[in-house]
Design a protein. Structure first.
Length: 503
């Protein structure tokens, strides 16, 4: 049977692609594989040495796809379409790590997340060619799809950075648009072609996505129409002076009165305090968990009472003794009765006394509740709720990561380890002083004080997921018997659980 013209054209295109494109890029692909796998990349000079056989290009492409699948068809064309969800363990064998960083609103509560791959991969890729940038974007988007990130976005946003060179590619349509903000950087391809950038932004908007800009020169000719389309403008606090940032905000607001501003790379509470006085609507950076130099550690009375109760519960105090301690703190007594009668506990009849509430909850549930109460008792600050959510994600992720290897009682201790890992930040007190106030298992204390012992890898893995620390993420995952895709899935599960618990 005679082949149809479309088939002939497709096969000619594939032949040309393999002969001219794959042959020219094996060194580039080797370097990209090295970024994701941790393998040392070849020197840059090797990329220009002669023409390498196409078999090497195919081999490099296969290694890249094994580390972070790019949905490449056998005919060489990128699918650009959603792939079927498979068993999480199977997906985990082929995925790479996705990190997240909380984004706060002006109320200092979590309003979204910034998602990226490992930070060092991010930096190196963004400085690479458009081809590499598009491959990176494909890896990130496909991984977010496999994680089912939409589960988090009913009331929150996902900020996903894309290279401008990816705007006209099918990969941007993989994620459903609800809650997705594609943040576009000004890469060399668009340095002299603002019209192409504007067309790409308009395409995203027509598909229902929100769009943001970062690192753009608003004064450059042709850029104002792009700013007019943007929903967000991201401004790196570490990359410019505050007066310069304020000028950019004023100029952008004149072009797009409804544009919202996102402050990124905030590292300290002082930086956050300065930016909170400017018209930023969102804030992103490690300032939430930043450890200050505490000159005068403080322990307020409300939290000291909770720590006393935690010690009594762990020491198997009688119900009557626990009830007597609660009665000394009317606010805690009210919270205990409200919690015991909440729908989540599932009682068919309301309890009316502290003794009944303590009996109904049991020691394990009471201990967890008191642990979380540390974040909402005493002298609270606006940032404490964001800190609590971060601690909950750590605790739940560590607990889930240990479910295949550790018995239930040790998984409970993993949960406590995760929550307590931020108590020093919460109380403005060194961890050594915090742990002097509460009795904890030796393995928990070892993990918190020295990042050592049985529980340390689980805690370190949970922290690495929020700090884009890729140097040891793969090793940590392997040390607890997990693969990248499994960690990604557990990460989303933990984020969703923390949202629900806080609500």
């Amino acid at each position: 049977m005679e082949r149809r013209p479309a088939q002939i054209r497709r096969r000619r295109f594939v032949a040309h692609f393999r002969a001219n494109v794959l042959v020219g890029f094996p060194a580039m692909l080797d370097r990209l594989v090295g970024m994701f796998s941790g393998r040392k990349a070849p020197p840059l000079e090797e990329a220009g040495r002669g023409v390498v056989a196409s078999s090497r290009g195919n081999e490099a492409f296969a290694r890249l796809n094994a580390v972070a699948p790019l949905a490449i068809h056998v005919d060489g064309a990128c699918a650009g379409k959603p792939v079927e969800r498979t068993d999480r363990d199977a997906v985990g064998e082929r995925k790479t790590m996705v990190c997240r960083e909380a984004v706060l609103g002006r109320d200092q509560r979590v309003s979204g997340y910034g998602f990226s791959l490992r930070s060092e991969v991010n930096r190196r890729v963004r400085a690479s060619s458009a081809h590499i940038q598009r491959l990176y974007d494909e890896v990130l988007v496909r991984n977010l799809q496999s994680m089912d990130v939409q589960r988090l976005l009913e009331h929150r946003l996902a900020f996903v950075a894309l290279a401008a060179s990816s705007l006209d590619k099918p990969l941007v349509e993989v994620l459903p648009p609800a809650g997705i903000v594609y943040v576009i950087g000004q890469d060399p391809q668009f340095a002299t072609d603002a019209q192409a950038l504007r067309d790409g932004l308009a395409r995203l908007k027509s598909l229902g996505y929100q769009v943001g800009l970062q690192g753009v020169d608003i004064d450059r000719p042709g850029m104002p129409p792009c700013v007019e389309l943007a929903d967000f403008l991201s401004l790196d606090i570490g990359g410019s002076s505050i007066p310069g940032i304020a000028d950019q905000m004023r100029l952008a607001a004149r072009l797009a009165p409804k544009i919202r501003f996102l402050a990124t790379n905030l590292r300290t509470l002082e930086e956050f305090g300065v930016c909170a006085k400017l018209p930023f609507s969102h804030f992103q950076g490690p300032f939430i968990t930043h450890r200050e130099k505490w000159d005068a550690p403080r322990m307020d009375a409300g939290r000291i009472k909770v720590l006393e109760l935690l010690n009594k519960v762990r020491g198997f105090a009688e119900v009557t003794e626990l009830a007597a301690l609660f009665k000394q703190a009317p606010a805690l007594s009210f919270k205990l009765l409200r919690y015991a009668n909440s729908p989540g506990v599932g009682l068919t009849h309301k309890v009316g006394t502290l003794e009944q509430a303590l009996m109904v909850l049991g020691r394990l549930k009471l201990y967890r509740w008191l642990t979380l109460l540390l974040f909402t008792s005493g002298e609270t600050r606006e940032l404490d709720l964001a800190l609590l959510e971060n601690a909950l994600v750590r605790a739940r992720l560590a607990e889930l990561a240990g479910r295949e290897r550790l018995p239930p009682e040790e998984r409970d201790e993993l949960f406590v380890t995760g929550v307590f890992s931020l108590l020093d930040v919460l109380m403005d007190t060194p961890m050594e002083a915090v742990l002097q106030q509460v009795s904890l298992p030796a393995a928990v204390q070892e993990a918190l004080l020295n990042r050592a012992g049985k529980y340390a890898p689980y805690l370190e893995l949970a922290i690495a997921c929020e700090q884009s620390d890729g140097a040891g993420m793969e090793a940590l995952s392997e040390s607890v018997g997990l693969q990248a895709g499994q960690v990604n899935g557990l990460h989303i599960d933990a984020l969703l659980w923390a949202q629900q618990v806080k609500e």
